[in-house]
Design a protein around this ligand. Structure first.
Ligand SMILES: Nc1ncnc2c1ncn2[C@@H]1O[C@H](COP(=O)(O)OP(=O)(O)OP(=O)(O)O)[C@@H](O)[C@H]1O
Length: 270
C-alpha cells in the first residue's frame, strides 16, 4: 500500500470537529452543507447536518447502514429534496451548478442490461460539454480515450457493459466521471464488490484528482485499512457525529456514537 501522509491540520481539533457551527472555515471554493435535513415521507433520514467539503482533499462519508450517507450525497445533488438547509459551492447553490459535478451512483442503481458499450458509457460523460444533438469532437474522443487508458480499460472499449466484471464496470464509470472534466467528483460506494486491482486504480485516481485541487467525495462504509486513504471524514448516523481530518474523526468516542457500541476499525495511530 502506498505511504500515507498523516499530518494534522493547523486548526485546533475543536475548530475542525464542528467547523461550520462554531468556527466557519469554509473558503468560497468549498462545498458548504448547512443545516441539511431530509425526510422520506414521514421518516426523518437526516437532521441538521452541517459540514464542509474542501477541495484538494479526499473526503469520505462514513456511518452504519441506514445512516443517511447516500441520502446526504443525493440531497447535495438535488436527487432527493431537502426538507431544510442548503448546499453552497463557491457561495452559490450547488444545485444550480450541476454541470460542474460528476456523480457515480451505487452499482445497484445502474441498469447493467442497458445496451451500451464501454465507449458509449464514457462518451456519455462528454454530453454536458458537447450537448445531446451535437456530434462528439475529436477533443471529446481524445478525452474519453485518455480516461479509459487511465483506468486500464481501453482494450474493452467495444465490449457491452453488461459483459464486464463488477470491478471493470466500476472502472468504466470512473472513466466516464473523468471524461466529464468536472470540478466536483461524487462516488456512492465505489468500493463495493470490486477486486484489489480496481481498488488500487480507484484510489490512485482519487488521489490524483485531489492533488489537482478537485473536490472528491466518496460514500463508503468500510472501516478497514482502505480508510487510511481518506484525508477528511464526515461521520453520520442520521445526524452529524463528527467531521474534520481522519485523525480527528476516528476516535473511539465518535465511532461509539455513530455505531451505538464498540466497533472494529483500522487505526494508523502510532
Ligand atoms: N427512496 C427512499 N424512500 C424511503 N426511504 C428511504 C429511501 N432511500 C433511503 N431511505 C431510508 O433512509 C435511510 C437512510 O438511507 P441511506 O440509503 O441514505 O443510508 P446509507 O447510510 O447510505 O445506508 P447503506 O450503507 O445501507 O447504503 C434508511 O432508513 C433508508 O431505508
Amino acid at each position: 500500500m502506498r505511504a500515507v501522509n498523516f499530518s494534522l491540520e493547523a486548526n485546533s481539533s475543536l475548530d475542525r470537529v464542528y467547523p461550520h457551527r462554531d468556527n466557519p472555515v469554509a473558503t468560497t471554493a468549498s462545498i458548504n452543507i448547512a443545516r441539511v435535513g431530509v425526510h422520506y415521507r414521514t421518516q426523518e433520514a437526516l437532521r441538521d447536518v452541517n459540514c464542509i467539503v474542501n477541495l484538494g482533499r479526499l473526503t469520505g462519508i462514513f456511518g452504519p447502514n441506514g445512516a443517511g450517507k447516500s441520502t446526504l450525497m443525493k440531497a447535495m445533488l438535488g436527487l432527493v429534496p431537502l426538507s431544510s438547509g442548503n448546499v453552497l459551492y463557491q457561495g452559490k447553490p450547488l444545485m444550480q451548478q450541476l454541470e460542474k459535478v460528476a456523480y457515480v451512483p451505487q452499482r445497484s442503481q445502474i441498469d447493467w442490461t442497458y445496451p451500451a458499450t464501454v465507449w458509449d458509457v464514457v462518451m456519455m460523460g462528454r454530453v454536458k460539454k458537447t450537448g445531446w444533438l451535437r456530434s462528439f469532437s475529436g477533443v471529446s474522443r481524445q478525452v474519453a480515450k485518455n480516461a479509459l487508458e487511465r483506468v486500464g480499460m481501453i482494450e474493452y472499449r467495444d465490449r457491452p457493459i453488461g459483459q464486464l466484471s463488477g470491478g471493470q464496470q466500476q472502472r468504466v464509470f470512473l472513466a466516464r466521471a473523468l471524461a466529464q472534466q468536472a470540478e466536483i467528483f461524487c462516488f456512492d460506494e465505489p468500493l463495493v464488490g470490486i477486486d484489489q486491482k480496481t481498488q488500487s486504480v480507484i484510489f490512485e485516481v482519487f488521489h490524483e484528482l485531489a492533488a489537482d485541487n478537485k473536490i472528491v467525495l466518496v460514500v463508503n462504509h468500510d472501516l478497514g485499512e482502505s480508510i487510511t486513504h481518506f484525508d477528511d471524514l464526515i461521520l453520520l448516523n442520521r445526524e452529524l457525529i463528527a467531521t474534520g481530518s481522519r485523525q480527528q474523526v476516528l476516535t473511539e468516542q465518535n465511532l461509539y456514537s455513530a455505531y451505538s457500541g464498540k466497533v472494529m476499525y483500522y487505526s494508523d495511530a502510532a
